[in-house]
Write a protein that binds this ligand. Structure first.
Ligand code: NAP
Length: 258
């Protein structure tokens, strides 16, 4: 455990299950107090109680829909009220959608953009001035290993192109704010066994090809424990046998319905 992390505060979105919950455990194990967010209050409160009991840190649970600006403002205000400052922001809440483009419901686009891109940028904007004032802050954005593919994986082009935008934004933000003591790290996970992948097609969600959250948790720990004058800009943790298409590792991915 690094002493300088004990008692710090981290906001983690989408922390009620999947990758976010796993990360929240790891962050709590470092002695960091948590402000966790997700839409459904039940699983969020259960997670808070579980982590508080196991790691003896303080955990604040705020029901929050990251697509709504007023919810993000409430999350930041609640966190500042309880903990005083926000030292770490882990933007993780996300939704997926796998369709051939011509069949993708049009309302999906707005949901994906608001959750997986705008929600991240807005929340960073809401915390950044305090971090700049403190001359210190770590921001971690959950991107996606699919952004390593060029062209992007079939059936995921809206999801993945928003993640490409997020990845570009994260790198540029580091460049823009590095002299103010702000670290910005993108994590690019491969296909991970969570509820999100449970909803995808059989080929993508082939369990023998999925990875657990362990490597992502280690990546977060690494990002938070490197020396003060170092920022891991991007950490890719990819399945040994990625289910994606040829641009990364040859694997035949079919369109659903074909
Ligand atoms: N699993 C993968 O293979 C994989 C690979 C690469 C990247 N990622 C990224 O990793 C992140 C986490 O994915 P996951 O697999 O852990 O997903 P998951 O198991 O479905 O969990 C998603 C979490 O986000 C919350 N959430 C969803 N929409 C939200 C919203 N509008 N406002 C607030 N919270 C919201 C969910 O809680 P509520 O439903 O209660 O809101 C839940 O806590 C996402 O950004 C995803 O794109 C995942």
């Amino acid at each position: 455990m690094k002493d300088d992390l004990i008692g710090k505060t981290a906001i983690i979105t989408g922390a009620s299950r999947g990758i976010g919950k796993a990360i929240a455990s790891t962050v709590a194990s470092l002695g960091i107090n948590l402000s966790i967010a997700a839409r459904q209050e039940g699983p969020l409160n259960e997670t808070a109680a579980e982590l508080e009991k196991k790691y003896k840190v303080k955990v604040l649970a705020t029901p929050c829909d990251v697509t709504k600006l007023e919810d993000l403002e409430k999350l930041v205000n609640n966190t500042k009220q309880k903990f005083g400052s926000i030292d770490i922001l882990i933007n993780n809440a996300g939704v997926s959608s796998q369709y051939p483009f011509e069949k993708q419901p049009i309302e999906d686009f707005e949901k994906l953009a608001h959750t997986n891109y705008l929600g991240y940028v807005r929340l960073i904007r809401l915390v950044i001035n305090d971090m700049i004032k403190n001359k210190k802050g770590s921001i971690i954005n959950m991107v996606s290993g699919s952004t390593l593919c060029d062209p992007l994986p079939r059936n995921f082009i809206v999801y993945s192109s928003l993640k490409v935008g997020l990845r570009a934004f994260s790198k540029a933000l580091f460049w823009e704010l590095r002299d103010q003591g702000i670290k910005v790290t993108s994590i690019l996970p491969g296909v991970t066994d969570t509820d999100l992948t449970g909803k995808l097609n059989e080929i993508t969600a082939d369990t023998s090809r999925l990875m657990t959250t362990e490597a992502i948790e280690n990546a977060v720990k690494f990002a938070l424990t490197v020396p003060a004058n170092v920022c891991p800009l991007e950490i890719s943790v990819i399945n040994q046998q990625t289910p994606w298409t040829a641009p990364v590792i040859p694997y035949k991915q079919q369109h659903p319905g074909k």
